[in-house]
Design a protein around this ligand. Structure first.
Ligand SMILES: [Zn+2]
Length: 291
């Protein structure tokens, strides 16, 4: 069976694995993201295992999902606020050089949605949106079964839609964007807590933490309502760290979205992704299979 390497380069962690044609992931590895050099070493650690080669057969290529502004034609990370050491990194050229394999690049949230569209909650669905609620807020848009990139390749920046023009400063230095509230920096600023501690405390049933997650859900719902008004998607999938809040963020988000959309009752499903940590790796692998 044909095998490829799927790689999900995130602000905090890099995940990779060997993926077969049916979307099964083997040799899944997760490491801390640091520098481009260490990233290539991490990839080498997946590829270099002779035992893995023997077990999995020939690897056809490498698919990579990466954050920030990308030049897809040149295979380059132009600018990544969450990963400044990767600015101007020619990731495709360098990975090709290192491994002598075809390499494919796509935006991180796009590969997460490709993964969910292949093996997860958006399987068989033509119109879907994905939001990844991590260090930043990423977005991806599937229209008629195809990823939407926009005219200049900079579309689907859902994290930077405006919730309140007088709101707090976003990581992009504009005011009141969705990411300014839900991103890691915003949650730290407003509630003196990070995503992981919040999730942990909500799981323990701490009232204050539950209240915070409800507030975040309401803000998310305001953003989702605008997206539903514009795109009328069949489904909106949430991924990334904060999506681990599950129903605690989904319930207020759905309620607020329902209250704020033009067409009611709400027909768009709002759900947590099925693939979790694997969505990016599986989606990145699909890039290679699709060539
Ligand atoms: Zn912004």
């Amino acid at each position: 069976m044909k095998k490829v390497i799927g790689v999900d380069l995130g602000a905090s962690n890099v995940r990779a694995g060997i993926v077969d044609e049916t979307g099964i992931v083997a040799n899944f590895k997760k490491g801390r993201t640091s520098t481009p050099e260490n990233f290539l070493k991490f990839l080498a650690s997946i590829l270099d295992q002779k035992a893995a080669y023997a077990k999995f057969g020939t690897v056809l290529g490498v698919g990579i999902g990466a954050p920030g502004q990308l030049d897809l034609a040149k295979g380059k990370i132009l600018q990544s606020p969450s990963l400044p050491s990767f600015n101007n990194f020619e990731i495709v050229t360098e990975a090709k050089k290192a491994f002598n394999l075809p390499v494919f690049l796509e935006r991180d949230t796009n590969v997460a949605l490709i993964g969910e569209a292949w093996k997860g909650k958006a399987a068989g669905i033509k119109n879907a949106l994905m939001l990844t609620l991590g260090t930043g807020v990423g977005g991806a848009i599937l229209i008629d079964g195809k990823l939407y990139h926009g005219e200049h390749g900079t579309g689907s920046e859902i994290g930077h839609i405006t919730i309140d023009v007088t709101g707090p400063i976003c990581t992009c230095s504009q005011k009141g964007h969705l990411e300014a509230y839900l991103g890691l920096a915003g949650v730290r600023r407003d509630y003196k807590i990070d995503h992981w501690t919040l999730i942990d405390r909500v799981e323990k049933g701490e009232k204050q933490a539950i209240k915070i997650s409800e507030k975040l859900g309401v803000i998310l719902g305001i953003g989702l309502a605008s997206l539903i008004n514009v795109f009328d998607p069949e489904i909106i999938i949430l991924g990334g760290g904060l999506s681990e809040l599950g129903e605690r963020i989904l319930v207020p988000a759905r309620k607020t979205a329902e209250e704020s959309t033009l067409i009611r009752p709400l027909k768009t499903e709002i759900v947590i992704g099925k693939l979790g940590d694997f969505s990016g790796v599986i989606g990145a692998a699909k890039l290679v299979f699709e060539g």
